[in-house]
Design a protein around this ligand. Structure first.
Ligand code: 4NP
Length: 156
């Protein structure tokens, strides 16, 4: 069990949605004075060691955040004890996380948009085959989710 809140955001490739969710969470935690660790990972390991997708780096930059130093990795069963919260970006990610969750898991598992009033059960759509506009939608969605989650953890 981590000593302080530690949140892992998980999408499929860890190069588009989850690094953006991590960045939005770090920004909100800093803004509200929440001392928490954050990381992101993918269900798949195809992009391990790579920086986020150029379009994800660009949308983060347009919103004032540099994610060029992030590197992709695959989610592991050990993450369920290292993190207090594991957050899937869509339903498929959540189902894959449930399937890999070890018996001794301590992390709370959730869907990102479940934290947003009125958006319970919604997935953050995969923008990988989309346009710049889709990445702006992704940014707006992950920002809503990450802000709501940071505020909930800060209140707990
Ligand atoms: P992400 O987007 O899950 O938001 O990082 C994707 C990135 C890469 C792949 C799929 C989704 N891929 O199949 O390589």
């Amino acid at each position: 069990m981590p000593e302080k809140p530690a949140v892992l955001f998980v999408c499929l490739g860890n190069i588009c949605r989850s690094p953006l969710a991590e960045a939005a969470f770090r920004a909100e935690a800093k803004r509200i004075g929440l001392d928490a660790d954050a990381d992101s990972a993918g269900i798949g390991g195809w992009h391990t060691g790579e920086p986020p997708d150029a379009r994800a780096r660009a949308v983060a930059k347009r919103h004032g955040i540099d994610i060029g130093g992030y590197r992709a990795r695959k989610a592991t069963p050990q993450d369920f004890r290292r993190f207090s919260h594991i957050v899937g970006l869509d339903h498929e990610n959540l189902a894959a996380l449930k399937a890999m969750r070890p018996a001794n898991a301590t992390a709370e598992l959730s869907l990102l948009l479940d934290h947003v009033e009125g958006r319970k059960g919604e997935s953050v759509a995969d923008p990988y085959y989309g346009s710049e506009r889709d990445f702006e939608i992704t940014w707006a969605d992950v920002t809503d989710g990450a802000q709501a989650l940071a505020r909930r953890i800060a209140k707990a």
